[in-house]
Design a protein around this ligand. Structure first.
Ligand code: NAD
Ligand code: UDP
Length: 314
């Protein structure tokens, strides 16, 4: 199979973005990584910097970008609730102005463009598991709205550019993804629990820990991304990408303690406002259209992530 040549990855110095850049380089593609380093780190891309097929550009996607390209993966946006709520106005701008700028770039260059959307477009879902046809239950006024509504508006823009300008679009709705290169102070549950377990600190369960999430290992997610980008123009999404195995947050804490042989105890903290009660993707569409399903079980993915954080914190 021959792949498109010049690829832009916005948010390419972040957690998922840096894994994606590596995967694209391994396929022989040229990668322009565009990032403003808000939550991304140069260390994430250092191993790629000597590669002549890799280029790193500091740029904020809320400003227009003039480069040539064949494909765009638009990942720029903080993903952890702690980080996206730090400057909510900038979060919405990043999703909305970022989408407009990248769609404009795709229009001018006739590039294919993939949006990293999110399960948060379903809000606190009343349909379970979540299917792509479900329109969601988002509070437009709450602390998560800057992210949820920003991502929803970005999806709207993608489909309007598709209808109005015949752009070649792909929209992926990503469910909780974890793995090496998450930031230790990121605030998301997997990195929090692993860092706490390694240090034998108390594990902070928000609420009673009965809320659920479905955790996808980053390699599986990146595989879904490239499969979606490689589809023909008739496949636009939205398409759920995530692991359909659902766990309570308490089960996750117990797994992390067991796998890291930690002496940590559990402590309970207040549940953040608008925290979704349950979340699990229906991945029938991804199976049918991409022949994709995650292959890394939670215990294995957690073990790899624990090994990464042990080395990082040593
Ligand atoms: P991350 O925070 O590690 O990566 C986001 C990257 O975007 C960072 O490198 C950051 O510096 C960059 N960025 C932020 N604002 C920018 C701007 N204005 N201009 C340029 N760069 C900017 O998070 P991640 O987990 O790798 O998430 C990547 C994408 O996937 C995000 O769009 C996120 O919404 C989406 N997503 C992730 C998950 C998940 O569980 N990890 C779930 C759903 C959706
Ligand atoms: N959570 C927790 N303890 C933590 C961090 C998060 O119990 O130290 C919970 C959080 O309340 C949520 C779930 O874990 O119910 C997932 O949180 P995360 O911030 O990873 O992402 P979300 O899926 O909520 O966007």
């Amino acid at each position: 199979m021959s792949f498109a040549r010049r690829i832009i990855v916005t948010g390419g110095a972040g957690f998922i973005g840096s894994h994606l850049c590596e995967r694209l380089l391994a396929r022989g593609q040229e990668v322009l990584c565009v990032d403003n380093f808000f939550t991304g780190r140069r260390q994430n891309v250092v191993p790629m910097i000597g590669n002549p097929m890799f280029e790193l550009m500091r740029h904020d996607v809320t400003f227009p970008l003039y480069v040539e390209c064949d494909e765009i993966y638009n990942l720029a946006c903080p993903a952890s609730p702690v980080h996206y709520q730090f400057d909510p106005v900038q979060t919405t701008k990043t999703s909305v102005h970022g989408a407009i700028n990248m769609l404009g770039l795709a229009k001018r260059t006739k590039a294919k463009i993939l949006q990293a959307s999110t399960s948060e477009v379903y809000g606190d879902p009343t349909v379970h598991p979540q299917v792509e046809s479900y329109n969601g239950n988002v509070n437009p006024l709450g602390p998560r709205a800057c992210y949820d509504e920003g991502k929803r508006c970005a999806e709207t823009l993608f489909f309007d550019y598709f209808r109005q300008h015949r752009l070649r679009i792909k929209v992926a709705r990503i469910f909780n993804t974890y793995g090496p290169r998450m930031l230790p102070n990121d605030g998301r549950v997997v990195s929090n629990f692993i860092v706490q377990a390694i240090k034998n600190d108390s594990i902070t369960i928000y609420g009673e820990g009965q809320q659920t999430r479905s955790f996808c290992y980053v390699d599986d997610l990146v595989d879904g991304f490239t499969r979606l980008m490689d589809t023909g123009d008739d496949i636009t999404g939205p398409i759920n990408l995530g692991n359909p195995v659902e766990n309570t947050i308490l089960e996750l804490a117990e797994a992390v303690i067991r796998l890291s042989k930690s002496k940590s105890k559990l402590i309970y903290k207040p549940l953040p406002e608008d925290d979704p009660t349950r979340r699990r993707p229906d991945i029938s569409r991804a199976k049918a259209q991409l022949n994709w399903a995650p292959s890394v079980p939670l215990d294995e993915g957690l073990s790899r992530t624990i090994a990464y954080f042990r080395a990082l914190l040593a």
